[in-house]
Structure formats: C-alpha cells, structure tokens
Design a binder for this molecule. Sequence first.
Ligand code: SAM
Length: 271
Amino acid sequence: MTRREWSERWRALASVDLMAGSEGESRMVDRWAALARKLDEPGDQRADPVLDFVLERLTPDMTVLDIGAGVGRWTVPLAARARSVTAVEPVEGMRVALTARLARLGVANVATVSDGWMEADVAPHDVAVAAYSMYTSLDIVAFARKMDAAATRFCGMAMRVPAANGVIGELAGHILGDWHDSPNFVVGYNALLEAGMTPNVFVEPVAARHWTDPSLDDAVARARRHLRLTGNEHDTYIRATLERRLEPTAEGYRWPDWMRAALVWWEPTGI
Ligand SMILES: C[S@@+](CC[C@H](N)C(=O)[O-])C[C@H]1O[C@@H](n2cnc3c(N)ncnc32)[C@H](O)[C@@H]1O
C-alpha cells in the first residue's frame, strides 16, 4: 500500500469520458433541454436531503459557486436562497439548457462560467458546492483544495455512496478486478483523508431508491453501461449473477443497489 493509494485509485477510476456529452454533444442537447423542462414540472421534484443540508446553511447575503451546475438542479434553489450564484459548467449544451431554464423561471441572479473547475478563474465566494461533478477530475485533492481557496464560509462536495452489497460491486470485482466501478464517495473521501484533510460527512438518511428494470435484458444492459463494457463477452456471467441477485417484483427486476448520496463538507481553512 502506498501513501497515496486512494488518490491513485480515484485517478484510475475518474475519466473525462464521464463528462456529460462526451458521447456526442449535439445529440444530447435536446435531451438536456427536455431534462431541464422536466425539473420544473409540478410533482416531479424528488427529495434531496443533501441539497437541503446545503440550503439550510445559506443566508440571503451569501454568494455561491455551483461547480458542475448541469441544467441547474441545485443552481435554481441555491439562487432562491442566496444573493447570487456563479454556475460553473464546461459543457456548452448543458449551459444552453441551463440559461434557457433560468430565463423561463425569471431567475436573474445567476452568472455562468464556461470552464472546467480546474481551469476556471473565479473570485472567492462565500460558499462553494460541487454535486457529482468531480468524477471527471483525475485529482480529487486538487479539486477540493481549489474549492477551499475559492470559498470563505462553506465547501460541500456531493458524491454517490455505493451499496456495500451491491451487484455492480460484485460484477466489477469479478470483471474489472476492483469492487469500485467508478469514482464515488468511498474512494474520494479516503483520498482526502490520506492527503491530510478531515472534512465532515453528511450521509443521506434514507436509501429508498433502488433500480428496477422491466426485463433481465434491460438489467444486463444497465450492468454493461455501468461497467463501461463495449463487448458482450461477459454477458453469460452477468446474466447468471443478476438471476441470482435481483428480486423479481410486479414492476420488474429490483436491484439491491441503491441510489444514495453523501455530502463531504468543511469550513474553508486553507487546507
Ligand atoms: C452528473 S452532472 C450533475 C449536475 C448537477 N450538479 C446536479 O446535481 O444535478 C455533472 C455535471 O458536472 C459537469 N462537470 C464535469 N466535469 C466538470 C469539471 N471538471 N468542472 C466543472 N463541471 C464539470 C458536467 O458537465 C455535468 O453538467
């Protein structure tokens, strides 16, 4: 074990391929616009305890950096609580959908920055948050340190918490040789600890959102997507594992894997 084992592990899992739009931005633009519109449909908001944790810490005088804003799932509620928000979003199509959404909603206190976080040149804000946008950055410690330098009162990074008994983990362990198939909270938090940071953690209290696929074929396709497998040479093993582990329900095949999040947060100190 090296002194920077977790940082190295993060680096191996993180990839610019995870950048939204890497599969062809023009094809994605309509999808992002539709996603942005869907966010504002009545009744479509799902609870987000991690976002609520951040909102509770905001006061109307604060300025906020939303790093990797996407179509503004966090940006819009942040802007409603704070004086202003700077939305950092490097993918152009995503920014177009975000800007259109802000105009539609009449939100006037958001500015956008078109660089990736490590390249962005921004003045210090009170608060810096990054929700699921660090997965494309090879150096999570540098990402966090830059956030620390850019905020005076609060920093927060939301990351996915994998289920310890998840099927994706079991498949990844067998096929890829690592239980972690992608960058996540376990790897990221350990990398920060290893670098001498000791941030706090808020873990979403309830993990009720499990994946359900209508058929076993859909479940195999999901597994391939997650493991980023391009061929079908592992399909027999994947299908046998899914048959053993997924629970057939009236709605389809239910995975034990959950969608759960953690917020790694700290008060900036010049780490
Ligand atoms: C999974 S989406 C999350 C969007 C939003 N934060 C949310 O929670 O709904 C990740 C976003 O981060 C952006 N992103 C990826 N790498 C980034 C980087 N290095 N700096 C800033 N944003 C980045 C992507 O373009 C994408 O819009």
